[in-house]
Design a protein around this ligand. Sequence first.
Ligand code: FES
Ligand code: FES
Length: 220
Amino acid sequence: MDSPTTPMISRRDALIVGAATAAAVSASNATPASAQPAPASPTAASAAGGFRTKLSLNVNGTARALDVDTRTTLLDALREHLQLTGTKKGCDHGQCGACTVIVDGRRINSCLTLAVMHEGAQVTTIEGLGTPQNMHPMQAAFVRHDGYQCGYCTPGQICSAVAVIDEVRRGIPSHVSADLTARPTLSAEELRERMSGNICRCGAYSNIVEAITEVAGSKA
Ligand code: FES
Ligand code: FES
């Protein structure tokens, strides 16, 4: 049990510290674009029997060069090769949304796609959206509305929410859009449908909806 003199850390503090750590690791691992080797063609056989390939990605605005087994998912490339651990592995089967990142402007489940399929792509992870000192409006809204409890699903929720607002702005309909030719609005029904791929086991859904609604109405 904590003594009266033991410092107590709230989960809000823990989230902010976690985000700061991820951003710091990201920054420390960033390599200037000028120092990156040119992309090479696949196919040196690895000791384990697979094949390796060189790959370049632009991650959070920085050119990154990778040398990966061709079977490496984008999620593992981000987490294990680039140490961007803000993106979470939940189910590793495309069912929870914890691994959501934004690739070339579209949200995807990074556990369901191979890194080699994204040569030259622009990848945005939670570390690229904002920092604890300079949060993205969606991150700030999640903090304001308590849109999390344990925080494990939160990076995926926030990346997904940012992309959802962009989808609506671009007029992309969803499964519940009544008129596929009309510009959609982010009604509660639309929002819940579009965010339905992001599961929160803590059940913070109502606060997540409040946070996204606030940002959608305030020009994020
Ligand atoms: S870890 Fe990718 S959807 Fe669950
Ligand atoms: S905040 Fe815990 S799973 Fe969503």
